[in-house]
Write a protein that binds this ligand. Structure first.
Ligand code: UP6
Length: 258
């Protein structure tokens, strides 16, 4: 089944962050997001600079950083502007609306000030989105809903996944897509992002389950692949990122023409 190009989908979607992301994916020929799961700001900034030319998005877990600072945020933002990628804080918000508002806006990290994208579990119900939305919308921020997970035995399946898609459909002014393991919606405005991708390796001994970039994009119909250890554990992250970029983009081009 033929698909629309990233450019066509960027034209179709309403949310400015989704538009920007599709535009970057098209112009940089990259549907690769690198997950910078490193514990110092120096390591993250070095990785972001090295892989920057190859990615559409850098994913962070800001609460694992030992020396977080406002300067780090400024440097990361400069790298994002220079290399043209978006910043996605993988905070996985999962509490009542009032609490996630604080977690998003306040505290040490003030995530809403710098992360273009965040994500949330649908578990608490729509209140989690209502809370986050009140903080993020004025700042032109977007959210991804976690509809499926890559880890063995996870409970985000079946009716839970279906209800998550419905929740996204009802909040399209803020939710621009899904963290998932398959395509869940035919709405071309929704971006599907798939973690648990590696070229070599089936798992990590802690429940993570890997598929190849080709399987993620062609078989599971992911728009964006998310790769962590496959890139940052490589002795040459820039070359590794380039390999993932090429593999994932060729898979997308295959879907465009077949
Ligand atoms: N992640 C998953 N699976 C999910 C959701 N999120 O692995 O269902 C996140 C992890 C990690 C990254 O929190 O940051 O994606 C995957 O890293 P890896 O490529 O090193 O396994």
């Amino acid at each position: 089944r033929k698909i629309l190009s990233y450019r066509e989908r960027g034209d179709l979607c309403q949310h400015p962050v989704a538009k920007q992301l599709f535009g970057i994916m098209e112009s940089k020929k990259s549907n690769l997001a690198v997950s910078a799961d490193l514990c110092t700001t120096a390591q993250i900034l070095k990785l972001a600079d090295e892989v920057g030319p190859h990615i559409c998005m850098l994913k962070t877990h800001v609460d694992i950083i030992s020396d977080f600072s406002a300067e780090f945020v400024q440097s990361l933002t400069e790298l994002a502007n220079r290399h043209e990628f978006l910043i996605f804080e993988d905070r996985k918000f999962a509490d009542i609306g009032s609490t996630v508002q604080h977690q998003y806006r306040d505290g040490l990290f003030q995530i809403a000030d710098w992360a273009h994208l965040i994500n949330a579990h649908s578990l608490p119900g729509a209140g989690v989105l209502e809370g986050l939305k009140q903080v993020g919308l004025g700042k032109q921020r977007a959210c991804l809903l976690i509809a499926e997970m890559s880890s063995q035995g996870n409970l985000a399946t079946g009716e839970y996944t279906k209800a998550t898609v419905k929740m996204a459909e009802e909040h399209q002014d803020f939710v621009v897509g899904f963290i998932s393991q398959s395509q869940l919606s035919d709405n071309p405005a929704f971006i599907h992002m798939t973690p648990g991708v590696q070229l070599s390796g089936l798992g990590d001994g802690l429940g993570q389950q890997y598929v190849s970039p080709w399987d993620a994009v062609v078989t599971r119909r992911a728009d964006v692949i998310i790769v962590g250890r496959g890139v940052y554990k490589d002795p040459d992250p820039a070359t590794a990122a380039q390999s993932y970029q090429t593999a994932a983009f060729q898979a997308y081009q295959h879907r465009l023409t077949n």
